[in-house]
Design a protein around this ligand. Structure first.
Ligand code: DSN
Length: 482
């Protein structure tokens, strides 16, 4: 991930920083050291996590954190923002160039914030602007009280169609308990019950019937590619704004693994993403948009967001610069190839995975064949040093808390240097743990959904095998904190 020289410089920088922190609150310094040790010592298979480069991590720890900069470049509500303007402009420029988008907004603090900015911008463009024009008003403050009430009612009548949570969609795509499911009348599209694949005819039928203002594509647990050109056709047919949340696969778009119809940027009106998943940047979000939506997105702060995290925007600029390098394309191709190896390694050991494979960065393993819930599988794997997260499978009988699945992703271990052989071995270790784990029985005699027992010695054996793989592919080599 870095050169030896740079690792040495980063090592010195981190050690010094921790010594300063230690002098004020030693428990924070200890937890930080402990986190590095934990990350070094476990097989990180959480599909939404990664390891940012030392340059990205260091960019976040800076004086830019101390500056308020509400507004946007050249239009701030505070004086003295020239350096924030510089880093925000750089991050936005890198994002535009990397993704080939006319406009980029790099302030969102997270993926959910990016989606809220996008919803706001679509409502402002599609609902508020026509209402203002009709009333001859320049802004909402010019509206009469009756016009204002009518506008508020129209906001509350808008519809959103997104992928169902248990089909792999995200909370913010209209899931009822989420704010998106309360702001909008919502409906969701699922996947084909047999194949687990997205059925574009079903999406089109739902869109024709429901007539949404927003059609959202994107997922956090769907292991396949999406044809965004087809989704845009559906959106156009019903007059919907087409929004894509590419938080999970932004790295595959940046690295040109997804191109043509599978690249959302040329097809969507608005694209949102996080920057810390497959894109391997700092924790945060960004929005890409066509010119039509750019003005509204630009007002994300302060209309939707609090003051920008200028130090994180600096780190976004660094990460996006890294993603524009040719080696990032190699990385992205390896992420996809490694996910396939993982999927094949599970299937050849008789595990069941949703859709039978993957062609992105994640695999959704159905653990009911092992007699376990996702919750139990997650616990048993963690005990053996394999970090995953439980996830619903389509039409999950165990619901979103216990679940029937485990989501596994390749971005983090690929950053660490794992390739084909290592991912095949990881598949073997996952199956080894799960096939030696059984659900405990509750006091009433029924199978527990939470507690489970792994046969004696298995977790230790797997942990030792994992340690061999991890030691051969060290995380942040040269970085010594002790
Ligand atoms: N928490 C992210 C994930 O793990 O997919 C999405 O919000």
């Amino acid at each position: 991930m870095t050169t030896d020289n740079f690792a040495a410089a980063a090592s010195t920088a981190y050690r010094s920083a921790l010594e300063v922190i230690e002098s004020v609150e030693p428990r924070v310094a200890a937890a930080t050291r402990s986190e590095l040790a934990d990350q070094r010592a476990s097989l990180k298979l959480i599909a939404s996590e990664n390891y940012a480069s030392p340059a990205v991590l260091l960019a976040m720890s800076s004086f830019l954190s101390d500056k308020y900069a509400e507004g946007t470049v050249g239009h701030r509500f505070y004086a003295g923002c020239r350096n924030v303007d510089t880093v925000e402009s750089l991050a936005a420029e890198h994002a535009r160039e990397l993704f080939g988008s006319p406009y980029a907004y790099v302030q969102p603090h997270s993926g959910i914030d990016a989606n809220l900015v996008a919803f706001w911008a679509i409502l402002a463009t599609r609902v508020e602007a026509p209402a203002l024009a009709q009333a001859g008003a320049n802004g909402v403050n010019d509206l009469s009280e009756d016009d204002w009430e009518r506008l508020r009612a129209r906001f509350g009548q808008q519809r959103m169609l997104g992928m169902a949570l248990d089909a792999g969609g995200h909370l913010t795509h209209g899931f009822r308990p989420n704010i998106s499911g309360k702001m909008f009348h919502q409906r969701s599209y699922g996947t084909d019950p047999e194949s687990g694949l997205l059925d574009y005819d079903l999406v089109a039928a739902a869109a024709r019937e429901f007539q949404p203002l927003i059609l959202i594509a994107g997922y956090s647990a769907y292991p396949r590619r999406v044809n965004f050109a087809k989704m845009r056709e559906i959106a156009d047919e019903v007059g919907a704004t087409f929004m894509v949340d590419m938080a999970h696969f932004a790295g595959l778009v940046a690295g040109k693994v997804f191109s043509g119809d599978e690249d959302p940027v040329p097809h969507a009106h608005v694209v949102t993403t996080t920057t810390h998943k497959s894109l391997r940047g700092p924790r945060g979000g960004l929005v890409l948009a066509t010119e039509e939506y750019a003005d509204a997105v630009d007002k994300g702060c302060p209309m939707v967001l609090g003051g920008p995290l200028s130090h994180v925007m600096a780190a976004k600029a660094v990460a996006l610069a890294e993603a524009r390098r040719p080696e990032f394309q190699t990385y992205a191709a390896e992420v996809a190839a490694n996910a396939q190896t993982l999927a094949e390694g599970l299937v050849k050991r008789d595990a069941t995975i949703v859709t039978g494979g993957t062609d992105n960065h994640l695999v959704l393993l159905d653990v009911t064949g092992f007699g376990l819930t996702g919750r139990q599988a997650e616990t048993a794997l963690l005990d053996a040093g394999i970090v995953t997260n439980r996830n619903s499978v389509p039409l999950d009988p165990n619901g979103a808390w216990y679940t029937s699945g485990i989501r596994l992703g390749s971005p983090a271990l690929t950053s660490r240097g794992f390739g084909h052989d290592e991912f095949d071995r990881v598949a073997e270790l996952v199956v080894e743990v799960l096939s030696h784990t059984t659900a405990d029985t509750t006091k009433s005699g029924s199978p527990s959904k939470v507690r489970c027992t792994t046969a004696e010695g298995v977790a230790d054996r797997v942990r030792a095998s994992a340690a061999e793989l991890l030691d051969a592919n060290p995380l942040y080599p040269g970085l010594a904190l002790a």
